[in-house]
Write a protein that binds this ligand. Structure first.
Ligand code: UD1
Length: 381
């Protein structure tokens, strides 16, 4: 295989939802003829074994070439630290381009450093908008897209969002969803839910009559006891009808402890687990009666799996999951959540269909397009 000898494409990951998006891209770059040389940079925004190492193994992601080790801090400090530590990586290794995925703080920080150094910025999963600027990710999305030279999108609605913000239509390319590339490639290796519970020392028989999977971590849901408290009470009620497997994010655990609410999860039907590996999450979701979540990625994964999803948020930046997929927005009103769960138990939920280009080949489309775009871009300079 020929390998490009030019400077590498710096591929940036920072937090858990980035890894499943990057894994297929790195593989597609290596498989492209000639191979597109890449360097994997981890900012260290997430660092726990549960939030990090295990997912790398599950996804067959190579160990990062560079780890910036920024860790947790306020948004300003975290973003600034990533910027400070990423600039020397460009100086040391050179950069044919910087490729960022998703909408976490590391995404914006590295895009900003690259743009100021006139390195082409490639944004994968561009153009998604919740139109809710209270969400830190929305700020990251809007600004990253303004900085990007090339924007790869997962659904066609993104193009209208980008046009509204004055972004030249020629810079945006619809390629489909790399997160679904990872899902389809990994599904055969998914860990069955019963196996997971046994391994955790729990009785898998509790799942026999069906179960729901639950995740919560958005600051808007978990940082305010006036919101989190009533949600926890609603979860206790739901769990009396359907066991709830709750994979507890560190932010949520910290806050439940701080607000004195952690003990309320010690209730019949609530199964609390630490953050799960990717293959465990796939195994849990694929067999669930429904998924309750405020995660962005899980809205997409449940659509691809055909499992009904109730999203505990007022809005979504992924409207195709509601229009074509299995997703229903229920908001944060506990009564609305209870009613929506009851509807699914009574009638079965949405089955949906797989959106266009959520077919396992999005990363290949990116590699093919990017190779041509970079050649042309470099010739025109
Ligand atoms: C970040 C992303 C969010 C993504 C989420 C997935 C931003 C703005 N937010 O939110 O888009 O959906 O990751 O998890 O980038 N912590 C640990 N171990 C870790 C990482 C974090 O214990 O490995 C704890 C720390 O106490 C930290 C808190 O969790 O303060 C929150 O972590 P942080 O990375 O700030 O934000 P997330 O809520 O994870």
């Amino acid at each position: 295989m020929n390998t490009d000898t030019r400077a590498p494409i710096l591929c940036v990951v920072g937090a858990r939802p980035n890894y499943m998006k990057m894994a297929p891209i790195i593989r597609a770059f290596a498989a492209h003829e000639p191979a597109l040389r890449s360097l994997l940079v981890h900012t260290g925004q997430h660092y726990d074994a549960a939030m990090n190492d295990r997912l790398f193994a599950d996804l067959d992601l190579p160990a990062p070439d560079v780890n910036l080790g920024v860790g947790s801090a306020s948004h300003a400090v975290q973003t600034a630290e990533v910027m400070k530590r990423f600039e020397p990586v460009i100086e040391q290794h050179g950069a044919r381009a910087v490729l960022v995925v998703g909408d976490v703080n590391s995404t914006l920080a590295c895009a900003l450093v690259a743009a100021k150094r006139e390195v082409p910025v490639i944004h994968v999963e561009a153009g998604l908008r919740s139109y809710d600027r209270r969400m830190p990710e929305e700020i990251n999305r809007v600004l990253t897209d303004q900085l990007a030279d090339l924007l790869y999108t997962t659904e066609r609605s993104a193009h209208a969002n980008l046009a509204r913000e004055g972004i030249d239509a020629e810079r945006a390319v619809f390629v489909g969803n790399v997160m679904i590339d990872s899902l389809l490639a990994s599904l055969p290796r998914a860990v069955p839910a019963e196996q997971l519970l046994s391994a955790a020392g729990l009785d898998p028989a509790v799942l026999a009559g069906g179960y729901a999977v639950l995740t919560l971590h958005r600051p808007s849901n978990v940082d305010d006891p006036a919101v989190l408290g009533p949600l926890v009470e609603a979860l206790r009620q739901i769990a009396r009808r359907l066991p709830l497997v709750f994979a507890l994010h560190p932010r949520t655990r910290n806050n439940l402890e701080r607000f004195g609410l952690l003990g309320r999860l010690d209730a019949p039907g609530i199964i609390v687990l630490p953050p799960q590996g990717y293959l465990e999450m796939l195994g849990l979701m694929s067999r669930a009666v429904m998924v309750l979540t405020d995660s962005g990625g899980m809205q997409e994964e449940t659509t691809a799996l055909g499992v009904p999803c109730l999203t505990i948020r007022e809005n979504t930046e992924r409207p195709i999951t509601v229009e074509q997929g299995t997703n229903t927005l229920v908001g944060i009103d506990p009564q609305a959540l209870l009613a929506a769960v009851g509807d699914i138990l009574a009638q079965g939920g949405k089955r949906g269909r797989a959106p266009e280009f959520w077919d396992g080949r999005a990363a290949q489309r990116i590699a093919a397009h990017l190779a041509g775009w970079l050649d042309q871009h470099e010739r025109s300079r």
